[in-house]
Design a protein around this ligand. Sequence first.
Ligand code: HEM
Length: 152
Amino acid sequence: MVPFAVDVLMWSLHTAFAGAWTGSILFFFAAVLPAASSGVIDGPTLSAIATKLRWLTRAGAVVFVATGGHMAGTRYTFDSLLGTGRGHLVLTMIVLWFVLTALVEIGGSRIDDAGSSGPAAAAAARPAFIAAGIVAVGLLIDAGILASGRVI
Ligand code: HEM
């Protein structure tokens, strides 16, 4: 049996990173990109902030795979992942995590390629971050359904 403290550590790291990562992406989309669009933030500054977000995303990849792998390994079997509502929500979570990771990397590299103008860099990255915002909200809803316990 897995010790209580290990489960608490894994669940706490997973939910802490879930909130910090999706929250940072939504804040970047809702507050930082508009500031760059209006010229308050220039291209290099936007790029520096986006680089931090990309590193948080990469750290998140390690944390989500390790903690989520532990959670799936201790609570699910191959059959329950494929054959129950909760299993489908976990599989959806993995797909959305993968898509969101790719969108942050794409948006970040568009900013890097756009040069020194804040508005131009924001315009180049906006489509990727609109999609990222939608996927982040989707992940939070997926996790909320799991946490509600209303799906078996
Ligand atoms: C490799 C990626 C991921 C894997 C393998 C994974 C796996 C899991 C598993 C197995 C659970 C437990 C489900 C249950 O209690 O029945 C879980 C819960 C949770 N996950 Fe993920 N997850 C991943 C990524 C994410 C991401 C990106 C978020 C961001 C929102 C997230 C947020 C949550 C939250 C908040 C819970 C707690 C829900 C509850 O109370 O059960 N996960 N995850």
